[in-house]
Design a protein around this ligand. Structure first.
Ligand SMILES: [Zn+2]
Length: 166
């Protein structure tokens, strides 16, 4: 499993997880050119390979503002839960709706989502493949009790805690 943490913070969030030959982009807070440049700095290549799916945690700008350019550049569907409106993207692109808290497959990868508290409906995401699992949780004011069992199984964990909505 390879992980590229391209950006974290109120200026934009994006991470790519690759395992078993498949890739998932978690959050769309960077445009394709910046995301490609950051990935190259970290020793990877974003294009032309692209990703196999995009997952957006919640509908705040630093997580979704570059979704449509990314959809065009990366040639991938986006998985959106019901708490993300994204009407333009839903009308124009390959959007795979799912219920927040459920799991779905992206090729050989299993993406698990868990509802977590925020001032917009939000999910934590973990991606499992090749015997490993990586989880991302953003914008938490506190760690809710229900999150620990899911994240405890992750082989790599990354937490960013904020007290202010971002
Ligand atoms: Zn937020």
């Amino acid at each position: 499993m390879r992980i590229w943490l391209l950006s974290s913070g109120s200026s934009g969030n994006a991470a790519i997880v690759e395992a078993a030959g498949a890739r998932v982009l978690i959050d769309a807070g960077l445009g394709p050119k910046v995301a490609a440049a950051r990935m190259r700095m970290l020793g990877g290549e974003l294009l032309p390979r692209g990703v196999d799916a995009i997952v957006v945690t919640h509908h705040h700008g630093d997580h979704i503002m570059h979704l449509e350019p990314l959809l065009r550049a990366l040639g991938a569907p986006v998985f959106l839960h019901q708490g993300v409106s994204a009407k333009r993207a839903r009308a124009r692109h390959d959007v795979r709706p799912y219920v927040a808290g459920s799991s779905f497959a992206v090729g050989p990868l299993v993406v698990e989502t868990v509802r977590v508290p925020h001032d917009a409906p939000q999910i934590a995401v973990s991606v499992a493949g090749a015997g490993l699992r990586f989880g991302v949780v953003t914008d938490l004011g506190h760690v809710p009790p229900g999150l620990a069992p899911s994240s405890a199984g992750a082989t790599r964990r990354w937490w960013r805690r904020t007290t202010a909505p971002t």
